[in-house]
Design a protein around this ligand. Sequence first.
Ligand code: ADP
Ligand code: MG
Length: 259
Amino acid sequence: MKTGALIELQANLKALNLSSMARNLDGSLRQARESGIGYDEFLIEMTTAELRARAENSLNRRIREAKFPLLKPMETFDLAAVPELDIRLFRDLAGGEYIQEHRNIIFLGRSGTGKTHMATALGIEACKNKFRTRFTSCYGLVNELIEARQERALQRLVQRYVRYDLLILDELGYIPFSKEGSELLFQVLAERHEKGAVMITTNLGFADWTKVFGDPVMTAALLDRLTHKAHIVNCNWESYRLKQSLKEKGKTRKGNPCN
Ligand code: ADP
Ligand code: MG
């Protein structure tokens, strides 16, 4: 192709926001000439590559916006290590139907059992399924809400948190909230009720939630809403971390004749 024509075509593609096609035009044309494919096949290849690049970009954007603390996708979660987990349910959840149905998920269990890992993996799956997702610790969200109220920007922030398709709240129970904090968190959860899915990880049994929220009447109202139509995943197994370090110790003991 003549240089002038190539530049013109590239400019057209850019103006049409076909940036991947514009970027790869030179190479694609050369390849097409060498392999002798027809116009139709050439156009199919070019447009398919553009669509693929766009899908990848928007997935990366959703993952960035979700603010996962660590990127731990499904493939890194060892299902064999947790035989007590209902694997069928877990795989179903990865499909994201619960998000469309505005159902909640509560992962309940002691520290180290993989709750944050599972929540992250399901969050990444939600991003792949094109759901707007946000991951935050309960404590982080409460602090953000308190600050926003001080700056008179509370309503805007609450609305932002209401609009996510999936809100993941990690670590409920480690730190109790102030009265103001629990009221604000209650407000977000109440506004999301039946409008969007919430996923919570917690080390607390439901009977102990009053310790975190303070007010027993508000806690009861919150639990009522959150657990309504929710998937409750009891993680009653041993801590994965503990099991791993015991395994490591076992290995060094066997390998070291002095022990
Ligand atoms: P929790 O949130 O329940 O305290 P985490 O999700 O933080 O536990 O898990 C503790 C550590 O163990 C993390 O590094 C996590 O990636 C790892 N882990 C837990 N369960 C598994 C598993 N089944 N497969 C792979 N890694 C796991
Ligand atoms: Mg955790």
